[in-house]
Design a protein around this ligand. Structure first.
Ligand SMILES: NC(=O)c1ccc[n+]([C@@H]2O[C@H](COP(=O)([O-])OP(=O)(O)OC[C@H]3O[C@@H](n4cnc5c(N)ncnc54)[C@H](OP(=O)(O)O)[C@@H]3O)[C@@H](O)[C@H]2O)c1
Length: 398
């Protein structure tokens, strides 16, 4: 049994709070802290048991440490923004708590996310006898587990991995992002990057695309992007010769994005305006629908998975491991949409595995370094059933 502190009262924080509050045999107490207290109160009111709420500015490690001390927290789940990763990790070290997050650190003034800053904490966590688990959402998170699971059970050798992310849902707004708009747009407008034969190959943003026939959804156009799990997966599984990440977008979404980019609304540098400095992307976030509010009207499904190709017992094979999540299922369970849900549920599973000591270690770890089986066993019962498909032979050649 453990005392849990969750930081970040957004779309993902809401799912994590509700799911963890239901795990009465794992967490004695659940505390939700965020920048805006009212958002914590609103989420706490949806939980199945009392959840304490706190206001915190998690940019300050001391404030995080004070909160951990006050609530005797054993574990902190960070579902605030990537900008807070390092200060929350510092707070955990100061006060002696384990750490879990769903997105790697990114400096606010540069759209450049990577693991080097957080991996640099390994020795300090190790010395303190603490565990930090990085990237335990869906992608990264479940996709890292799927890769480890494929490697353990389906292949003797994996040659290539494609991580595929399809949201075929309709929310009824002309343009909205499914998680924090600032983080989402920074990611999508960055150059694409994939790994082949030990090299990173850079492509123009969203320039490379191809169709894929997603099980239970149908054919959708996918666009090659850079995504953070490729950095850790290629480090931990260097034998994988090629790794790519591809995500689907509707033409409507891409047209809006192009216009916003062309007029400068996705810029992240401050622009002087009537005596104030305004960051256009932050202003755009204030105009767009809050992703946490999309659930009620969202219809359709997501399909996110890992398609691996390689060999087993001398035979070539391709295997696709994936989850299909209905937006309405997510809404029924936690009053959220499927993107918050598919992120929050794996974070709750990871937290449970850490508290039970099933996933253990001292230092900083990525999810694929843990045994995938206990995580896979929990996915279905927690609301995200996993399916395995042997795709068409043609895929072997691609
Ligand atoms: N791995 C995955 O599959 C995956 C998928 C989607 C999202 N994510 C990650 O999940 C995280 C949460 O996403 P989301 O869509 O829930 O975002 P969100 O709705 O914007 O929520 C973020 C929350 O963090 C709070 N916050 C921001 N700065 C803070 C600070 N300095 N101190 C305390 N709280 C602060 C915000 O407070 P205010 O309400 O006051 O602004 C907000 O409540 C992000 O890091 C995102 O990258 C991961």
């Amino acid at each position: 049994m453990a005392h849990l502190l969750i930081i970040g009262a957004g779309g993902v924080g809401s799912v994590v709070t509700q799911k963890c509050a239901r795990m009465r045999d794992v967490f004695d107490t659940v505390v939700l802290a965020s920048r805006t207290l009212e958002k914590c109160e609103k989420i706490a009111a949806t939980a199945d048991r009392p959840v304490a709420v706190e206001q915190v500015d998690a940019d300050h490690a001391d404030a995080v440490a004070t909160l951990i001390d006050k609530h005797q927290s054993d574990l902190v789940i960070n579902v605030a923004l990537p900008y807070q990763d390092l200060s929350i990790m510092e707070g955990c070290l100061k006060a002696g708590a384990h750490y879990l997050d769903t997105a790697n650190y990114e400096p606010p003034d540069e759209a450049k996310f990577c693991y080097k800053w957080q991996w640099a904490y390994h020795e300090r966590f190790e010395k303190a006898g603490l565990m930090a688990l990085l990237g335990c959402g869906f992608d990264p998170g479940a996709t890292n587990v799927f890769t480890a699971y494929l490697r353990k059970h389906h292949f003797d050798r994996i040659e290539t991995v494609d991580i595929l992310d399809c949201n075929a849902g309709e929310h009824g707004h002309p343009f909205a992002t499914n998680f924090n708009p600032e983080i989402n747009i920074r990611e999508i407008t960055a150059p694409g990057r994939y790994r082949e034969d030990g090299e990173w190959i850079t492509t123009a943003p969203l320039a490379v695309h191809r169709p894929f026939d997603f099980p239970r959804i149908g054919e959708r156009e996918m666009y090659l992007m850079y995504h953070e799990e490729m950095e850790s997966l290629t480090r931990h599984f260097p034998e994988i010769r090629r790794m790519r990440f591809l995500m689907t977008f509707s033409q409507e979404y891409l047209t809006h994005l192009r216009v916003l980019q062309n007029v400068g609304m996705t810029r992240i540098d401050p622009v002087p305006f009537r005596g104030h400095d305004i960051v256009p992307l932050q202003f755009l976030k204030a105009l767009l629908p809050d992703p946490a509010t999309l659930g009620e009207t969202y219809r359709g499904k997501t399909n996110i998975g890992v398609l691996a190709r390689g060999t087993k017992e001398g035979q070539d094979r391709a295997v696709y491991v994936y989850n299909v999540c209905e937006h309405q299922h997510a809404y029924k369970d936690t009053r959220s949409q499927a993107v918050s849900y598919t992120t929050g549920v794996p974070a709750a599973i990871g937290a449970e595995l850490m508290v039970r000591g099933i996933w253990r270690g001292m230092g900083v770890f990525n999810v694929e370094q843990m045994d995938p089986d206990p995580f896979m066993e929990r996915m279905g019962p927690m609301g995200l059933p996993v399916e395995v498909a042997i795709p068409d032979k043609d895929l072997l050649a691609q």
